[in-house]
Design a protein around this ligand. Structure first.
Ligand code: HEM
Length: 394
């Protein structure tokens, strides 16, 4: 691998966002299936992405990142080492088996009426005025309200859950060191909150995720207390700014590509619109893996300890003709939710949330257009929009 001459890719480049991001990723993929990035290598075609995500010889490098940043004890270390993304083998299988039934497609359907209710309430606050800033007004509160419902937390706690989720999610960002104290605080507060919720729910179970996990904990002894609280934390942290960001991009893409009116006319296309947005602008454009042993791929030897970034963006665009189009039939499923054993636990829930939103919003906000430039976040991490100002109506 050290003999390779491959293009350089700086994913930390601050210019890398919006149209420039697409341009750069296309350019890179035109040159090679692999490039060098500051941390290691990045693989760019569909087959390589699938291989590196599915191979058991590699794992998510969360523990390595913690070590590099000196996070070796304290609540954040506890959280990172209990994060389901950093657990493999039999323990991972057991935890997934316990939590998967609460998040199947059918289980996610149960929350659709609640999702519609949230969308109605949130849009009612601005539809008379004919303008909104979609990120603040809908995309942020909507997934937090949904996750509160799924968890069995009171809806008035949604803003707190949102804040905790956002801080804890920053353990994956480059500014972990500067923000460590604030992240630790969020982890501690959330652990206390989740324990209190568990105690309150235990004598009084419902249909929610926490009640189902309590049953596994106390009736089946298939889960420890610490595992239970961390599973709830993983669902919260995984399920808020992800759906928020993907929904914001989906609406932006529909407006920019003149497909909003089409969706208003044919809301049955909502599901295809969600898939196309996931494919075209994955909010998880990259994830990473670390080799647990020597790995051979494409005639190259990757020594143990090599970090390989995996580009879902390129895999999703690989060999696909044409641009963003919600009527096009696509041959492959997107890699936006990952692949292999760590495939996103919340994919069904996220899809249901976005389908409900894209079936509802176009009819509620006819003639939608930009009311200023969208502000892009950085694709290094969760690739979201900071702002999406919109106008609608006559
Ligand atoms: C559009 C929305 C979402 C996207 C694009 C997304 C993306 C991803 C990706 C790419 C992974 C795998 C990471 C890797 O293997 O390196 C993942 C894992 C995960 N996601 Fe999501 N996610 C979304 C929504 C959600 C929601 C709503 C939840 C919670 C209900 C959730 C919870 C999780 C959890 C717990 C994992 C870890 C699974 C494991 O390690 O087995 N995600 N997600």
């Amino acid at each position: 691998m050290t003999d390779l001459e491959v293009p350089q890719f700086d994913y930390l480049d601050p210019e890398l966002r919006g149209p420039r991001f697409h341009e750069r990723m296309r350019e890179l993929h035109g040159e090679s299936w692999i490039a060098q990035s500051p941390l290691g290598y990045i693989v760019l075609d569909r087959e390589a992405v699938e291989f590196f995500l599915r191979s058991r010889k590699l794992t998510f490098p969360g523990m390595k990142v913690a070590e590099v940043f000196g996070v070796t004890d304290g609540p954040l270390y506890e959280e990172i080492s209990r994060n389901i993304l950093n657990i493999n083998g039999e323990d991972h299988r057991r935890l997934r088996n316990l939590v998967n039934p609460a998040l199947t497609a059918r289980a996610a359907d149960v929350y659709r009426p609640a999702m519609r209710g949230f969308l109605e309430d949130l849009t009612a606050r601005f539809t008379d005025g004919g303008r909104c800033e979609l990120v603040e007004d809908v995309c942020k509160p909507y997934p937090a309200l949904t996750i509160a419902t799924v968890m069995g937390a009171p809806l008035e706690d949604a803003p707190r859950l949102y804040d905790w989720s956002n801080w804890i999610q920053r353990q994956f960002a480059a500014d972990l060191l500067e923000q460590r104290a604030r992240i630790e605080q969020a982890v501690t507060e959330f652990y206390d909150y989740a324990h209190a919720l568990l105690e309150a729910r235990r004598p009084n179970p419902g249909d929610d995720l926490i009640s189902k996990l309590i049953e596994a904990r106390y009736d089946g002894d298939r889960l420890s207390d610490v595992e239970l609280v961390n599973l709830v934390l993983n669902v919260l942290v995984g399920g808020v700014d992800t759906t928020q960001s993907q929904l914001a991009h989906a609406v932006r893409l529909l407006v920019e590509h003149d497909q909003w009116a089409l969706l208003a006319e044919r809301p049955e296309l909502a599901s295809q619109a969600v898939e196309e947005a996931l494919r075209y602008e994955p909010i998880t454009p990259f994830t990473a893996r670390i080799a647990l042993e020597e790995v051979e791929y494409g005639g190259i030897t990757f020594p143990e300890g090599t970090i390989v970034m995996v580009s879902a963006w390129n895999a999703n665009h690989d060999g696909v003709e044409g641009g963003f189009d919600i009527t096009a039939e696509r041959e492959h499923k997107p890699f936006t939710f990952g692949a292999g054993i760590h495939y996103c636990l919340g994919a069904n829930l996220a899809r249901a949330e976005m389908q409900e939103a894209l079936a509802y919003l176009p009819g509620r906000m006819p003639g939608l257009r930009l009311d200023g430039e969208p502000e892009f976040g950085s694709p290094n991490g969760i690739y979201g929009l900071e702002r999406l100002p919109l106008r609608f109506g006559a």
